[in-house]
Design a protein around this ligand. Structure first.
Ligand code: FDA
Length: 452
């Protein structure tokens, strides 16, 4: 067991922790990063599965994400556009499939009109509430006491319009049922991506990918940090007082002036704090939980849907796979589809045997793309719910009422312990962009204190 001394100990080598470490180093501080897993990247993980390079975790970059885009530039990483030429597909409740272009689904004209009006109401709310401090809006408590599904029911009797609008936040983003989070939480999700319209616009929100995979961001940051990144060192105990912190991990102990807890909020309590965190933090962290989504990868000999004039983009709130996209790698002759099975649908398919689950998921892909989708060369389900050091996907959000009740303290440090992850970001909330923003912000806060 070795003991080392550094200015700052960073717990977690995800995008947020490594950004904080990188920025602190640049500002002249010594750092040690302790990572529980035997790899860096956390929810970013580019891996080779049966000969196919797959993005098991986060992958897309949207044009408003300047912190991430700046980081890609700094590291010299190149991006390419997601394939999107041709028609998208919508499958309705009866299983009927329709081709369409643009953002508004091919539903009855009246339903489409209601969807557009809901989108503009949500755009107005997102603009008024903002991403950084939604809890400060005068109506925050009001907006936080109604579930998103409850609010949609108040707005319209058109169930199909509600199902479609709910999907953009519930299935596609927070990965919880729309009755399990508040309107305020949904509005934060929209505001953090610029607007609700942006959430609806796949070409915006899922615009670009990184050549070689997004895990290169943490891998390259870790490479620069060299021996100061320690793998397979889960932090078990964090002792803290007015003078400093001591992080005791498996195999190494770090004594430092500051600690950065760069882990998702649901994992904070995995660490024994000595003394315990204050009442407020102990309570607040219990109100934040990760959603659940299975990211499904299916690789085919060629992107057969393109020959049919299809973009690979498809949606249905009534399918097990609620959304799918062309996820073919840069320069690859094989074609890859990626689909998502979210929240209660994920519960449902996890109750099946692996073979029955695979069949059900591929049949859902086939309802969009035809029977050719049934026989991929490579098939893989990213299951983050079983990952001990994540426990869900994509990220954490508050339960009903939690955001307005606790938001104001969300990013506050406790003494010399700072918190940093995508789950507590404003802009870029739940995304790599937010992880990087929080890493920078945390590094600045520590640098500011230490220069006094
Ligand atoms: P992250 O969870 O990555 O890092 C925390 C680290 O702390 C982990 O490495 C963990 O092992 C470690 N740790 C935990 N407890 C510890 C302990 N006690 N001691 C030491 N280490 C500990 N985003 C996006 O922008 N575009 C996208 O397309 C997607 N898509 C997507 C798909 C899927 C399937 C997932 C799971 C996620 C996404 N995301 C995404 C979200 C994005 O990946 C995520 O928001 C960030 O990568 C989170 O980075 P953080 O550094 O905040 O946490």
């Amino acid at each position: 067991m070795s003991t080392i001394e550094r200015d700052v100990v960073i717990i977690g080598a995800g995008a947020s922790g490594l950004t904080a470490a990188h920025e602190l180093r640049k500002a002249g501080h010594s750092v040690a990063v302790l990572e529980a897993r035997d790899r860096v990247g956390g929810r970013l993980w580019t891996d080779n599965i049966d000969g196919a390079m797959l993005e098991l975790g986060g992958q897309w970059v949207s044009p408003d994400q300047d912190a991430l885009i700046g980081m890609l530039d700094e590291l010299g990483l190149e991006t390419y556009s997601r394939y999107r030429d041709g028609d998208s597909i919508y499958v309705d409740e009866a299983g009927e499939k329709t081709r369409f272009t643009g953002d508004i689904f091919p539903v009855a004209a009246e339903t489409a009109g209601i969807m557009e009006s809901l989108i503009s109401r949500l755009d107005a709310l997102a603009a008024a509430v903002g991403a950084e401090e939604p809890w400060k809006h005068p109506d925050a408590a009001e907006l936080d006491r109604i579930s998103f599904s409850g609010w949609l029911e108040q707005q319209t009797d058109d169930r199909i319009a509600r199902d479609n609008i709910a999907m953009f936040v519930a299935g596609a983003m927070l990965t919880k049922p729309a009755h399990a989070f508040s309107l305020l939480q949904a509005v934060l999700m929209a505001a953090s991506a610029g607007s609700f319209s942006n959430l609806v616009d796949a070409d915006f929100i899922l615009d670009k990918r990184v050549v070689g995979g997004l895990q290169q961001v943490p891998l390259q940051l870790a490479e620069r940090l060299g021996d100061d990144v320690h793998l397979s060192t889960p932090v078990r105990t964090l002792r803290w007082d007015d003078d400093g912190v001591t992080a005791a991990a498996d195999g190494v102990t770090v004594r430092a002036k500051h600690a950065v807890m760069a882990v998702p909020p649901n994992l904070i309590s995995r660490v024994n704090f000595d003394p315990p965190l204050p009442r407020l933090q102990q309570q607040m962290h219990q109100h934040l939980s990760l959603g659940l989504v299975i990211k499904v990868h299916a690789v085919y000999a060629r992107p057969f849907w393109r020959e049919d004039g299809l973009s690979g983009t498809c949606f249905s709130p009534y399918q097990v796979v609620q959304e799918a996209y062309d996820n073919t790698n840069y320069g690859d002759s094989r074609g890859t589809l990626v689909g998502f099975v979210s929240d209660e649908d994920a519960d449902g398919v996890f109750a099946l045997s692996p073979e029955a689950r695979k069949r059900k998921i591929l049949e859902s892909l086939a309802s969009y793309f035809g029977d050719q989708a049934l026989a991929p060369e490579v098939y893989y389900e990213s299951d983050w719910g079983t990952e001990e050091w994540t426990r869900g996907a994509y990220a954490a959000s508050f339960d009903l009422g939690g955001l307005s009740r606790y938001g104001d303290s969300l990013r506050d440090p406790v003494g010399r312990i700072h918190f940093s992850c995508s789950d507590i970001a404003g802009a870029g909330f739940q995304h790599v962009d937010g992880a990087i923003r929080m890493g920078r912000r945390t590094a600045q806060a520590i640098t500011a204190v230490d220069h006094h």
